[in-house]
Design a protein around this ligand. Sequence first.
Ligand SMILES: Cc1cc2nc3c(=O)[nH]c(=O)nc-3n(C[C@H](O)[C@H](O)[C@H](O)COP(=O)(O)OP(=O)(O)OC[C@H]3O[C@@H](n4cnc5c(N)ncnc54)[C@H](O)[C@@H]3O)c2cc1C
Length: 459
Amino acid sequence: MPSYGFRSPSFWFSNLDEPVVPRAPFDGDAPFDVAIVGAGYTGLWTAYYLNQRDPGCRIAIVEAEVAGFGASGRNGGWCAYYFSGIESLIADPNKREGALALQRAMFDAVDEVGRASTASGIDCDYAKGGVLIAGTSRPELERLRAGYDEMREYGFGEEDFRWLDANAFSERARIHGALGGTYSPHCAAIQPAKLSCGLASFLETRGVAVFEQSPVRSIEKGVLTTDRGRIRADNVLRCTEGYSCRLPGLKRAILPLHSMMVATEPLPEAVWKEIGLQGRPTFADHRRTVTYGQRTADDRLAFGTRGLYYYGSGIRDYFERDDPAFAHTHATLLELFPSLSDVEITHCWGGALGVTRDWLPFIQFDPTTGLGAVGGYAGNGVAATNLAGRTLAELVLRETTERTSFAWVNQPSRRWEPEPLRWLGAQGVRRMGEWADAAEEKGRHAGIFGRIFDAFASH
Ligand SMILES: Cc1cc2nc3c(=O)[nH]c(=O)nc-3n(C[C@H](O)[C@H](O)[C@H](O)COP(=O)(O)OP(=O)(O)OC[C@H]3O[C@@H](n4cnc5c(N)ncnc54)[C@H](O)[C@@H]3O)c2cc1C
């Protein structure tokens, strides 16, 4: 497929039906009602719902590269119910009721991504096969069970979370060493770049202006500035997630953490018979250092592991194939499915996701200045960005709804520590996670390492 000078940042971009042709940059000086910085899912869904509710609203999306270039075109394609940090909100009796409503809104967001993409003629390989999480050691299984019991205590039923013993689990997926695990139907596997590219194209047909190759250099009340001009708008919304630290004054607002992925060649039916995953459920084990995988629509395994932070909030857009991180991700995939040792890895890529200091996503909007910002999904944004987009659209239209009352709206967020503390902290917490995982793998409880990891990686 011709690339038109555009270097694909992920398997998902390489796997699109049509080549990506970058749109023209913004040039000049122009007025809009709403200007959105960043054409990832957050910016795109916000424009989508604004346009739906107020078709006359003049909207511009300004993107540094191309739509979906960030995490939205690189992720694992889990369109999942999970909302980062929800446990801490549910655990707080003062916030519990709202947090449970937020959790139910997340269940709905998984379906809404399917509904909205279908209604817009976007085929993003959406398959709602649910999500399977395996416990592969006794301690891991116990932690998984404790989380499951808690959700059941808070009123979620079998229709939301199911406990599977080893046999029931293996009927769905043959993950090596799985002693049991959970299943939730609230997850769909998608092809991420098909969704971001599809949304951008759809929005254009609805009259939304999408400018690409236009890095925004500054964001102020009523105006954003690029190298080639200024967009004036009553509402200016920053949807830049892990890349936010590149903007003036935001170095310590969001920590860019990189997640790494590999994809196999298409696998024959005999392999699927062996490993399961009929109906394309997404899957993971419950190690602290995070795994996530999906069976793609063209029968590959796409699989990822989390965790690289580069000094000074560095962001890497492209990675060399021989980067040791991919060897780690591949080796982890083989731990889950040892029989795939001869299968070829055809694609390797990584991307930056955004983490706030308290690991909670945020939606900020000030109706007096018209300035807004959203992000911090901590690697769980495929469905959450949809909910965020709907919520931000309502805030911009000065509407009050149940969504605008959720606990992530207009809450203060702590800043990250300055360097070298940020780097030291990130390395240290990652190491604790690895030690905790290694202990649990041997059937031992993770003890102090696990507690330190849990305290820092979720608060
Ligand atoms: C490898 C990986 C795997 C993941 N897997 C999953 C998963 O399976 N499930 C899940 O729920 N979540 C996952 N995530 C997280 C999820 O992809 C993100 O939470 C979500 O895509 C965030 O969308 P966004 O629009 O907020 O940010 P992004 O998609 O990162 O978009 C931000 C956009 O802003 C642009 N931008 C930044 N600065 C500027 C500027 N100054 N001017 C103009 N434009 C700018 C960027 O180029 C980018 O396109 C994963 C993330 C990664 C990296």
